[in-house]
Write a protein that binds this ligand. Sequence first.
Ligand code: ADP
Length: 164
Amino acid sequence: MSNVGKLAIYPGTFDPITNGHLDIIQRAVNLFDRVIVGVTTNPAKTPLFSAGERVEMIQKSVSNMASVAVEHFDGLLMDYAKKKAANVVVRGLRAITDFEFEFQMALVNRRLAEHIVTVFLMPNEKYTYLNSTIVKEVAKFGGDVSSFVPKDVDERLRKKFNHS
Ligand code: ADP
């Protein structure tokens, strides 16, 4: 990957990646020269998948997208974004309920790094109800999540919850 052009970081927990996340990644790919999916761990939550597993699952799902890299990071997003010399932070907006939290975070992040722009992208409306938590809930009780997540993620969820 070259170091010229606009670099966007798409940060999140991705526990696990869903088709909604992938929709946002594809939109970011269409807009920016390079995209880094930044996998982090929310200190308030215990993830189902380790950071390494989450990175691996994303790598598999974006293997057809040449301009995308997947990395794990710790600490403040804006410190990471500055270190990478990113121009943009991408976040997905599903519904009005996402707005208040995302708005607050974007404004704080702007104070931390004035030159890095937060951009909100909307997924296809068929993904607006999707999040990793609901996928885990359904998978835990043996429900079919194959239309919500990539195939590899579906298989890993079955394994985690001992469903074949
Ligand atoms: P976080 O724990 O930081 O919210 P997530 O992994 O839940 O991380 O989500 C990362 C980003 O992807 C967030 O901007 C979130 O709004 C967005 N996102 C999550 N699910 C979807 C979806 N179904 N459609 C569009 N964006 C989504």
